[in-house]
Design a protein around this ligand. Sequence first.
Ligand SMILES: [Zn+2]
Length: 171
Amino acid sequence: MKLKLVKPKEFDVKDWIVSVLRRASYKTPQYTQAHKTAKTPVPVGYPNKRLKFLYKCQICKFDFPMKETQVDHIIPVVPVTGWTKLPDGKWDFNPIIYNMIEGKLQVVCKPCHKKKSKKENATRRLLNKMMELMIAKNNNLADWEDTLMSDLFPALGLEKPKKAKKRKVNK
Ligand SMILES: [Zn+2]
């Protein structure tokens, strides 16, 4: 038998905290509440006779069997602005703990959840990019206006605003 070599993943305390807290959040009243809110009776003639309930995706509003749904933190656990550090330079776990344990939850279908996370990740990447640009002493707003326009708006699923026309100056 051939052994598959798996490169051990470097331990990341941030990932670890998030995964531990995620498991803990399944025990919160909000988790139960999210299912209660989404629970809906199976319509007459539904193909799977063994199912008693379906769960309404709070984004697309379609009903799904529980195993096709996931529970989503409405406000992302790791803020799109990223992790913050305490004055002593250590990671601040408090906002993450708060969002994970206290944050409002909703039942969503897997495709909607994927789409939402993708949007959040795109925003995260973009904000990082903007920070990099700013740190690179490129603080002229006009210089990254294009970045904003071409990346941020589509990332957020918004339409690009039209550029203001330059006013003609009559001499
Ligand atoms: Zn959905």
